[in-house]
Design a protein. Structure first.
Length: 561
């Protein structure tokens, strides 16, 4: 049975003549234009009563109906389903008896959700239909959302002792809870952003920022001070930027937390990046690199000298890829040195240096120092300027394997970019082995994955950007199927869980070298690379969409940024 769509509701109401046809049509059009739930709009416009429309829909579809306004919901029943899941899935647990757990759902035909709930609560789940309007009102029954819980705790301790010590205790708990909650939700970053009225806390999960809670501005300084203490920063300095590191353990996992604090007009903004020790366990296959790409990287890594460059925007996983390559190279018979800003993970057997501007230890100066340490392999966190680029290229020319990153949109753009940094074309052509361009895409949640067939228009639009026949064995439109996530409690309704890389690897062949020497632009280099078999990021992404790893919408979102 399909979900209860707006068009289905329109058809049901039309059959019984509760609302005039022209009024009903106008309301449906308004709901679509406003991207609003149709039933909710009908109720808000006083065209029908909430309990009346719910009963009408339930009767027509022969399903059970509940009017939540008439139910006395016990807190212990309500909280069987966490609030964040209830809001995402539009469900409310309202009664538990000998028959099982009775749950109000905006889509009682979502059998996957029913089975998931049964597994979670260990009891039979009996679905009832309730309107989105009714369910939304029932959310107010949750006595303590995460925001309220923190506010109550802070206020409670402040009232009890009425002193700074009590505030300190509550803030310590608040910061600890924030870190724990972020870790549990697989957040990569925590943003604490002061505004004119309050302080917003946001988590970045799978590359997307989500609002988590609001804090009162009068505790901002206490929260920032606590974080500064944990990161060993100056608590008396609030007018300049500071950066530090917190090392803690959550659920037996060691976390290295990078802390950045900057002054803005409304106070001090804090960003904390959570780096789990589990990140060190990744290899190139875990990052999403296919077998063909993996072999190209291994071939380049086996060369005794030259450069391996990884490109992409901030947050695209460049450093993680470099670490994965270093894992391939890390042996006792070679000397590996790195200079990074900052050192994200400690690698056993690798000599790692942290950039420190306060002592004039820049990438360029650090690279010069590394050359006096008899290295075989060097990793430079980022080529930011002409000086660093020059030293890195000369190092690659004199028998060292150099790994580094650059900020460019694709692989081909990297070569003209190096020439723009005053590196002679013949040096670029003779030192660069491969260029890896990458992005991170969200993976479809495997617990709520759905397949669908592309329409003829969608296929034609897709063929303008990707050689579809390259990845599919058929040209029949009806057989072209892709995947997406419906949204479930496991992924908090997003349809995605985790991230993977999409890659574009440019090998420097003799033809590409000739183009570099002739100062060809990036379009010419890219065209030649594709002619010689390079798979673009879009194509690599599409192949992952075809195999059900990610969605087509996610590929377009990332590659078209």
């Amino acid at each position: 049975m399909p979900a209860i769509t707006d068009s289905k509701v329109h058809k049901i109401i039309s059959k019984i003549g509760l609302i005039k046809p022209d009024v009903l049509d106008t309301a449906l059009k308004a709901a679509q234009e406003q991207d609003k739930d149709f039933v909710t709009l009908l109720i808000e416009q006083n065209l029908i009563k909430p309990e009346e429309i719910g009963q009408v829909i339930a009767n027509d579809l022969h399903i059970k109906f509940v009017n939540l306004n008439k139910e006395k919901i016990k807190p212990e029943v309500l909280t069987l389903i966490p609030e964040i899941v209830s809001r995402k899935q539009k469900i409310i647990a309202f009664k538990r008896d000998k028959d099982g757990l009775k749950v109000a759902m905006s889509d009682p035909f979502n059998y996957a959700m029913v089975k998931s709930l049964e597994k979670k609560v260990g009891d039979q789940v009996i679905p009832y239909y309730a309107t989105n309007y009714d369910i939304a009102n029932a959310f107010a029954l949750y006595r303590k959302s995460i925001q309220q819980e923190y506010a109550v705790n802070i206020q409670k301790h402040a009232i009890e002792a009425q002193g700074s010590q009590a505030e300190d205790i509550s803030v310590v708990r608040l910061v600890d809870d924030l870190l724990s909650y972020a870790y549990t939700n697989h957040a990569s970053d925590i943003h604490i952003e002061p505004g004119s009225k309050d302080v917003k806390v946001r988590f970045r999960i799978d590359g997307i920022l989500y609002d988590i809670l609001s804090l009162s501005k009068n505790i901002l300084n206490l929260v920032v001070a606590r974080i500064k203490i944990m990161a060993k920063l100056r608590t008396d300095e609030s007018r300049s930027a500071q950066g530090g590191k917190i090392i803690t353990t959550i659920e037996d996992d060691k976390l290295d937390i990078r802390v950045s604090i900057i002054p803005i007009t409304q106070g001090e903004k804090v960003v904390m990046r959570l780096l789990s020790s589990k990140g060190k366990e990744f290899n190139l296959e875990d990052l999403g690199m296919n077998a063909e790409h993996f072999e190209i990287v291994k071939k380049a890594a086996r060369k005794p000298y030259g450069m391996i460059l990884v490109t992409g925007p901030t947050g695209s996983g460049k450093t993680t890829t470099l670490y994965a390559v270093l894992k391939l190279l890390n042996r006792r018979d070679v000397n590996i040195c790195t200079i990074e800003d900052p050192v994200e993970y400690d690698l056993e057997g690798v000599n790692q240096i942290q950039v420190n501007p306060q002592t004039n230890l820049t990438f360029a100066d650090g690279l010069r120092s590394l050359l006096r340490q008899d290295p075989d392999i060097m990793m430079v966190g980022e080529i930011r300027d002409k000086e660093t680029a020059g030293i890195a290229v000369n190092s690659a020319m004199t028998g060292h394997l150099v790994l580094s990153t650059l900020h460019t949109n694709d692989a081909a753009t990297t070569l003209p970019r190096l020439i723009d940094m005053d590196i002679e074309p013949f040096l670029v052509a003779s030192t660069v082995n491969i260029i890896i361009a990458q992005r991170l895409v969200r993976k479809i949640c495997m617990k709520c994955i759905l397949s669908y067939t592309l329409t003829e228009k969608e296929v034609n639009d897709l063929k303008k950007q990707v050689e579809v026949d390259k990845f599919l064995n058929t040209k029949e439109i009806k057989e072209i199927r892709l995947y997406k996530g419906r949204g479930c409690d496991s992924c908090n309704g997003s349809g995605y869980a985790g991230r993977s890389g999409i890659f574009e690897i440019l090998e420097i062949t003799s033809d590409i070298k000739e183009l570099i020497l002739n100062r060809a632009d990036s379009d010419q280099i890219k065209a030649k690379a594709i002619e010689q078999g390079m798979i673009t990021m879009m194509e690599d992404g599409f192949s992952k969409a075809v195999s059900g790893q990610t969605s087509l919408e996610e590929i377009f979102r990332i590659t078209k940024q």
